[in-house]
Design a protein around this ligand. Structure first.
Ligand SMILES: Nc1ncnc2c1ncn2[C@@H]1O[C@H](COP(=O)(O)OP(=O)(O)O)[C@@H](O)[C@H]1O
Ligand SMILES: [Mg+2]
Length: 427
């Protein structure tokens, strides 16, 4: 029901392109043009696949190499909706959300296809321009942010949303192999199990083929490193990926390092978790002190809130007293456990980095490389490398070049790990 002009305008294509497509004069329509048309015509997954096949057929008839019907195994039009439940109300993080939703500086609009060509030009690697990574220490709120952003973005990805927990830090579970993650995503996209190839590279290739014509949002939660993530990046212009990781990932597009929230947001999170009835009548300075004792780490703040909620006789002041005595011991509730979360980060370190981590408390609240080197009995260059290893996994923060300040809970945890390891050695 559209004129060629109207269709061209809707699709953001040159009217000549549309004319030549219709007349069969355009022998090799670009995939992007076909996708733009599919979008403008509001085609669903199956119709879109059909259009893409016909577009390929146009070139095949002319005998220039590309044969129609030899695409990837036909995936049934299943629309996966795998996002886990959103946090009821995300507290704060407005700036980070704006970046993930594509309104931030340096990001393409991520909405549809506009802007992706420049990103392609800059990046040139599979999925890079359309990938955002959220990194930060354990419990800082990476998953909560990514899931919330994904729910808000979902409507822009009509072909579905995939979510995979890559389990870099799951107690008792090894990180998920990329091949395993691919097999699961392929099945979710409708590829029958017996059509999934054995070799990792072939799985990646099939995954990219299946996603080439679709608009799917992929969330990869708790990634271990670049090696695990890279095979899981689609290359099609219509897909977007959000990766979360405790490690700073190097070769991926937009990256966002999440820090602990400001005190007002931490207090709001505490009140939300403890319940307004339990926390609202407490003096504000007590609430502020509680969240500061939690290092404003959202996981710790939520656990503290849950502890108050669980004990009808406690006041916020009483909780503060407990936290002053042994905060890591108190910051445990159900499956949420700050010390256990940090244990998993520690377990991922190389032996030399572990030794540096255990000495962290001795270096001081704020320290410089030479001080760490002196305590470790090594050269500054060597110490700097070890500290870099801790920085990479957010067990340390650099507040100025060569000046470091670990998070309070990390310092506590380092001291605790050091005594536990000394006790184990003495046994
Ligand atoms: N901005 C936030 N608003 C509400 N809850 C949050 C927020 N950030 C974190 N949380 C809560 O804090 C806890 C830890 O956050 P999570 O996203 O699991 O951390 P991470 O993935 O960085 O380890 C979760 O219970 C989460 O729901
Ligand atoms: Mg997480």
């Amino acid at each position: 029901m559209l004129t060629q002009e109207q269709l061209a305008e809707r699709a953001g294509l040159n009217v000549r392109t549309v004319r030549r497509l219709e007349s069969g004069g355009l022998r090799q329509p670009r995939t992007t043009s076909v996708l733009l048309l599919a979008q403008a015509l509001e085609l669903d997954g199956e119709e879109r696949a059909l259009l893409a096949a016909v577009a390929r057929g146009v070139t095949a008839d002319d005998g220039n190499g590309e044969r129609a019907g030899e695409g990837p195994p036909r995936a049934a039009a299943i629309v996966p909706r795998q996002l886990p439940a959103d946090v009821t109300a995300l507290v704060g993080r407005a700036r980070e959300l704006a970046i993930l939703e594509g309104d931030g500086a340096g990001t393409s609009t991520m909405d549809g296809l506009a802007g992706t060509s420049t990103m392609d030009g800059l990046a040139g690697t599979a999925g890079v321009g359309r990938t955002a990574t959220v990194d930060g220490m354990a419990g800082v709120g990476k998953t909560a942010l990514a899931v919330h952003a994904a729910h808000r973005l979902a409507h822009r990805f009509p072909d579905g949303q995939l979510f995979v927990d890559l389990r870099a830090h799951s107690p008792g579970a090894a990180p998920v192999e990329p091949g395993e993650a691919l097999a699961r995503m392929l099945r979710a996209l409708g590829v029958p199990g017996d059509r999934i190839p054995c070799h990792l590279d072939d799985r990646t290739a099939l995954y990219r083929s299946v996603l080439a014509e679709r608009r799917v949002l992929v969330v990869l939660d708790d990634a271990a490193d670049d090696h695990q993530v890279h095979p899981l990046l689609p290359a099609g212009p219509g897909c977007r990926v959000i990766v979360t990781s405790r490690r700073r990932l190097t070769c991926l597009g937009e990256s966002l390092s999440l820090d602990v929230p400001p005190v007002a947001e931490a207090v709001a999170l505490f009140i939300r978790t403890a319940g307004v009835g339990r926390a609202a009548d407490a003096p504000l300075d007590v609430l502020r002190e509680v969240v500061e004792r939690c290092g404003r780490l959202p996981l710790a703040v939520c656990v503290a809130g849950a502890r108050l909620r669980a004990h009808a006789t406690w006041s916020a002041r009483h909780l503060l007293g407990l936290l002053a005595a042994d905060r890591l011991g108190e910051l445990r509730a159900g499956r949420h456990d700050v010390a256990a979360a940090l244990d998993l980060s520690y377990a991922g370190l190389a032996p030399e980095e572990r030794r540096a981590y255990r000495m962290l408390d001795c270096f001081g609240a704020v320290f410089e490389v030479h001080e760490a080197a002196a305590s470790l009995g090594t050269t500054s260059a060597r110490a700097a490398r070890l500290l870099e290893g801790l920085l990479d996994v957010h067990l340390l923060r650099e507040i100025a070049p060569g000046r470091y300040r670990p998070h309070d809970l990390v310092r506590d945890h380092a001291a605790r790990t050091s005594s536990a390891s000394a006790a184990a050695a003495g046994r």
